[in-house]
Write a protein that binds this ligand. Structure first.
Ligand code: FES
Length: 152
């Protein structure tokens, strides 16, 4: 009989812990939406992109876009918009999943919670609270290389 009290106490603590964990799991996304993290941005100022213009033109034809590359520790999308390169921070502003370019619908999509951005990085649907950072992407004169840099 005296054994049952510690067992009940242990079960009550487990139940309390489970309830607390459930409440935290429910309210954390709400809190993140109401008080979003500071915008993530790349630590790099400028670099030569690992993809060249001819690769992007080929990707535009085939629909097989290269994956985001590492731009100063943050994934960065490099796409073509009206024939010009565009580099966009690929970290979703909601809870930091990596976004992807959807060529068919010409938008940027986060499949964690169905967030959608336009090709200027503006958040247009779903839970993302802020736009994505758009970097400067310019072709080296007379060359196929693309220089990606953060806007000053
Ligand atoms: S992480 Fe939630 S929409 Fe991107």
């Amino acid at each position: 009989m005296s054994d049952s009290f510690p067992r009940r106490s242990w079960l009550a603590r487990c139940l309390g812990g489970g309830i607390a964990a459930t409440l935290a799991a429910l309210f954390y996304p709400v809190a993140r939406f109401l008080w979003p993290r500071a915008a993530t941005s790349s630590g790099a100022l400028e670099m030569v992109a690992p993809y060249k213009m001819d690769e992007l033109k080929r990707a535009e034809k085939t629909g097989q876009w290269p994956p985001p590359f590492n731009f100063g520790g943050k994934p960065c999308l490099l796409i073509l918009v009206d024939g010009e390169p565009r580099a966009i921070n690929a970290v979703c502003t909601h809870v930091q999943c990596t976004v992807e370019y959807r060529a068919a619908s010409r938008d940027i999509f986060c499949n964690c919670h169905n967030g959608v951005y336009d090709l200027n990085g503006r958040n247009i649907a779903g839970p993302p609270p802020r736009p994505l950072e758009v970097y400067q992407a310019v072709r080296k004169p007379g060359q196929e290389e693309i220089i990606v840099s953060r806007k000053a």
